[in-house]
Design a protein around this ligand. Structure first.
Ligand SMILES: NC(=O)c1ccc[n+]([C@@H]2O[C@H](COP(=O)([O-])OP(=O)(O)OC[C@H]3O[C@@H](n4cnc5c(N)ncnc54)[C@H](O)[C@@H]3O)[C@@H](O)[C@H]2O)c1
Length: 450
C-alpha cells in the first residue's frame, strides 16, 4: 500500500520505518528541513536502538520529504503523527494537528484515503480532523473521498521498534467498516506475525497473533489516555506507599514485590523512585483531567497521581537538605539526564527539574548521560549545569551524587574508586537500582527516596 506519515518524530519515523519494512511504500513528511536532510543522508535524528539498522533494511520502500504535495495525493493511508504538547490549562496544543489536517485537505487525491490519527489526541479529534480536511478540500473547489480513523500508539522510547513490530495489541477506531478494513490489510503481516523478523529484533518466544481491538473513534481515543493514566497512577501509587514505608520502617522493594506477584497487580511499573518523566505521561494525564473538566467531571485519582509525581522531585531536594543541612555552595553530581535509559529524549525529564531546583538553591551541578548530552547542550545552553564526559568526573569533588536515570552502565560503576574522589561520598539512588550493600561497603552513605 502507499502510505504517508506526517511527522518524522519518535512515533512517526518508527511507524514509517516498520511499515516500510513490512513491504509498504512509505513517504515520511516533516517540515523540519534539517531532520529530512539528515534522514536522506541515512542519519537518524534521535537515539533509538536499531532504528538505523531497520532504516537500512527498509530503505528501498522509504522516501523522505518536506512537501505534502509529494506525499499526499497518491497515498491510500495518511498517518498523522505530529506532536500534541500540553497547551493552556492542561489541554493539548493542537496547532500541529490543525496544520497537518489542513495540509492533507489541500492535497488529497480523488481516490478513497484513510486519514489516521496516530498522535495522542483529545476525544473528538477524529471528527474535528475530518471537518478540517473537508474545509480545505472544499476551499480549493475539489471533492475527495476520505474517512478518519484512530490508531493510538503504545510504543515506548528505547524499545520503540520491538513494541511496533511485536505489540501487545493494536487498537483501531473507525466509524465505518470500510475504513477499518483498510487498516487491517495494512497491518495484516504484523497482526498475523507472518513477516521475517529482522535479525537484530528477534520475535519474542511464543508470540502469537496480535490482538486487535476494533472499536469506534471515541473509544479508541479514550483507550490511549486511560492506559497512560493507569500506568502513571501505578507509579505514583507505589511512590505514595513508599512514603509510608519509609515512615514505618518497611522495605518498599519487598512491599512492591509482594504486591506485584499477585497476577491481578503485576510487577511492572511498581518501581518506587523519582517518578515518571517523558513526553507522554505528564501531558496525557493533564489532557485527561482537562477533557473530563469540559464534561463537568473531576478526575480525582488522576490528579492525585500527578501531584504525587511532582512531589517526588521535591523530595530529592528535601532528602539532600536533611542530609547536608546546607546546600548553598555545595557541588552535586547527577548521573543520567534522559527521562529513561536508551533514549536521548529530555522532555519532562526529572533530572532537569532537579538540576534547576538545586541551582536555584546555589548548588553547583555537574551531570553526565551516556547519550543525551548533545541534546541537552542544544536545548539548554544556559542551564548552568556542568556537563562531564564520564561518571567518574561527576563524582570527583562532589558532596553527593544522584542517580536519576537508571542506565545499566551506572549500576556497575567502580564505587571503591569513586568514593575517595568525592568531597563526601553520599549517594542518593533515585531509582532504587543500586546494590546498596556494595555501595555502602565502598564507603558511601546510601540514601533513597523511600
Ligand atoms: N514519544 C512517545 O513515546 C509516544 C508514544 C505514544 C504516543 N505518542 C504520541 O505521538 C505523537 C507524536 O509524538 P513524538 O514523540 O513522535 O513527537 P516528536 O516531537 O518526536 O515528533 C513530532 C514531529 O512532527 C513534526 N511536525 C510538526 N508539525 C507538522 C506538520 N504539520 N506536518 C508534518 N510534521 C509535522 C515535527 O517537526 C516533529 O518532527 C504525540 O501526540 C505523542 O503524544 C508519543
Amino acid at each position: 500500500m502507499k502510505v504517508s506519515i506526517l511527522g518524522a518524530g519518535y512515533v512517526g519515523l518508527t511507524t514509517g520505518v516498520c511499515l516500510a519494512f513490512l513491504g509498504h511504500k512509505v513517504t515520511c513528511v516533516d517540515p523540519d528541513k534539517r531532520k529530512i536532510e539528515a534522514l536522506e543522508r541515512g542519519e537518524v535524528p534521535f537515539h533509538e536502538p536499531h532504528l538505523a539498522e531497520l532504516i537500512e533494511l527498509a530503505k528501498h520502500n522509504l522516501t523522505f520529504t518536506t512537501e505534502y504535495a509529494q506525499a499526499i495525493p497518491e497515498a491510500q493511508v495518511v498517518f498523522v503523527a505530529v506532536g500534541t504538547p500540553t497547551g493552556q490549562g492542561g489541554a493539548p496544543d493542537l496547532q500541529y494537528l490543525r496544520s497537518a489536517a489542513h495540509g492533507v485537505g489541500e492535497h488529497l487525491g480523488p481516490h478513497f484515503t484513510v486519514i489516521v490519527n496516530k498522535s495522542t489526541v483529545p476525544i473528538g479529534s477524529g471528527n474535528w480532523v475530518g471537518s478540517l480536511v473537508r474545509d480545505a478540500v472544499e476551499a480549493r473547489g475539489a471533492s475527495a473521498s476520505f474517512a478518519v480513523a484512530s490508531n493510538p500508539e503504545f510504543l515506548r522510547e528505547g524499545t520503540a521498534l520491538h513494541d511496533s513490530l511485536y505489540p501487545d495489541r493494536v487498537v483501531i477506531g473507525a466509524d465505518e467498516s470500510k475504513t477499518a478494513e483498510v487498516l487491517y490489510s495494512l497491518y495484516r503481516p504484523m497482526l498475523d506475525q507472518t513477516f521475517h523478523e529482522p535479525p537484530f529484533l528477534p520475535r519474542p518466544d511464543r508470540m502469537a497473533a496480535v490482538p486487535l481491538i476494533s472499536t469506534d473513534l471515541a473509544s479508541a481515543e479514550l483507550i490511549k489516555y486511560a492506559a497512560n493514566a493507569f500506568l502513571s497512577l501505578k507509579i505514583s501509587y507505589i511512590n505514595e506507599i513508599g512514603l509510608l514505608a519509609e515512615r514505618v520502617g518497611a522495605n518498599i522493594q519487598h512491599v512492591a514485590r509482594g504486591m506485584g506477584l499477585d497476577a491481578r497487580i503485576g510487577t511492572r511499573f511498581l518501581q518506587a523512585g523519582i517518578g515518571w518523566g517523558g513526553s507522554c505521561f505528564g501531558k496525557d494525564t493533564a489532557a485527561l483531567v482537562a477533557t473530563a473538566a469540559e464534561y463537568g467531571l473531576d478526575m480525582q485519582i488522576v490528579r492525585g497521581a500527578r501531584d504525587v509525581n511532582q512531589r517526588q522531585r521535591e523530595r530529592v531536594v528535601e532528602k539532600l537538605l536533611a542530609e547536608m543541612k546546607i546546600l548553598k555552595g555545595r557541588t552535586i553530581g547527577i548521573l543520567g539526564l534522559a527521562f529513561k535509559p536508551d533514549t536521548d529524549d529530555l522532555r519532562e525529564a526529572p533530572a532537569l527539574d532537579v538540576a534547576k531546583k538545586l541551582i536555584e538553591r546555589g548548588v553547583r551541578v555537574k551531570a553526565h548521560d551516556p547519550v543525551a548530552m548533545d541534546v541537552f547542550r542544544r536545548h539548554y545552553p544556559d542551564s548552568g549545569v556542568i556537563l562531564c564526559d564520564t561518571a567518574e568526573e561527576v563524582a570527583a569533588g562532589s558532596d553527593a551524587v544522584l542517580l536519576i536515570t537508571e542506565w545499566p552502565e551506572y549500576r556497575d560503576l567502580d564505587w571503591d574508586k569513586l568514593a575517595p574522589t568525592m568531597q563526601s561520598p553520599v549517594m542518593l539512588d533515585c531509582r532504587h537500582v543500586l546494590d546498596r550493600a556494595r555501595v555502602e561497603r565502598a564507603g558511601f552513605k546510601y540514601l533513597s527516596l523511600a
